[in-house]
Design a protein around this ligand. Sequence first.
Ligand SMILES: Nc1ncnc2c1ncn2[C@@H]1O[C@H](COP(=O)(O)OP(=O)(O)OP(=O)(O)O)[C@@H](O)[C@H]1O
Ligand SMILES: [Mg+2]
Length: 429
Amino acid sequence: MDTLLVIDDTPDNLIFLLNFLSEHGFKVLMAHNGEDGIETAEFARPDLILLDVRMPGMDGFEVCKILKSKPKMKDTPIIFMTVITYTLDKVKGFELGAADYITKPIQNEEVLARVTAHLNVHKLQRQLTQQNQQLQQEIHRRQQLNETLQQELELRQQAELEREKALEALQAEKTSLAKRVEERTAELRVANSELTRALRLKDEFLANISHELRTPLTAILGLSETLQESVYGPLNDKQRNSLRTLENSGHHLLALINDLLDFSKIEAGKLTLEIGTVSVNEVCQASLQTTIDAARKKQIRVSTTLDYAVETIQADKPRLKEILVNLLSNAIKFTPKGGSIKLEVSGDTENGQVNFSVQDTGIGIAQEDIKYLFDPFVQLDGDLNRAQEGTGLGLSLVHRLTEMHGGRVSVQSEIGKGSRFTVSLPRRL
Ligand SMILES: Nc1ncnc2c1ncn2[C@@H]1O[C@H](COP(=O)(O)OP(=O)(O)OP(=O)(O)O)[C@@H](O)[C@H]1O
Ligand SMILES: [Mg+2]
């Protein structure tokens, strides 16, 4: 229900409006003068005010001015009531912010029409203001959103820019890396070919020098043998002993030179095998013969087990002997006095192989050292090891000669218990 405030000093008017407007569904408040009117208006906050212009004391214009100056009241529509002849009143009323005027004497239908119209206008205005406010808020919200989006966009653009830069840097790095790899590869290729050349020269040099050393050494050995046979006159014991030492050292040197020569020939790819039918028994006996003296000196028992199903093998006889002699002399060297060694031959018909294995009760080899054994010049540390002479070429020759025969070497060993070296060769090449 809308509330109306009527301010008028004429009681008849008040009563009339009260009755008439109440009948039409309004709540009607009344004030007899300006001061009361302002007070009631502030207190009751009516939806519309009907205000008489001519009143004793504070007149309608004054009341209107005061009401319009109060923020809470300034939008409340005010309709002036004035006598028809006072045109100036109407103008002044509008200037002061009145919504409308009605003329006295009051016409029922006119009051109702104007009041209703202004209430509607006022409501619509309020609605509009509210909608406007909402719209303003929405605009503000969207502006903020827009700003946030703008910032986000800028950040992304920046990030994208940085990513592109990083990508460029990466690309540059990649290119320079590829270039460096290329340069390095080229350098390595050159170094490699120089190294290959140097290695070949070294092997050739070793082969030449070993060969050249052998000739005078053979002469020395021949002569010391001849001298020992007293061909040039009788010898005293001292002379004989010295000549024996000379001969022993010479033989030692010859063995070393032969190993070096073989090794360098193999490395230079110049050693070729002369394969023929070899009697297994013969080659084993010959190898044992070569090493038996050394074994005897250390009171090492030597036993042999042959497989009589395996009579012959296709091999290079002197090289096969070299393999076996190397393994046997190692077994003797690295077995303390009073130990035993065993040469065993067994045929493996399934794989068409012959296994030559040399077993000892010697010092053994640590598992982690086994992988180095077949590298040239490797000699393991240890008391008995260091006490032995040698160059560390024996096993590398065994390894290479075995491979040239199409076979392979394997080792089983336990520190302090002994070792077993097995060379497996194909029976037929
Ligand atoms: N039967 C074995 N028992 C224990 N250690 C061994 C045995 N055979 C070889 N080794 C170890 O392997 C090393 C290499 O052996 P390799 O035959 O190549 O050299 P070498 O016997 O010391 O010298 P070379 O054979 O040239 O006279 C030896 O120095 C030794 O330490
Ligand atoms: Mg050896």
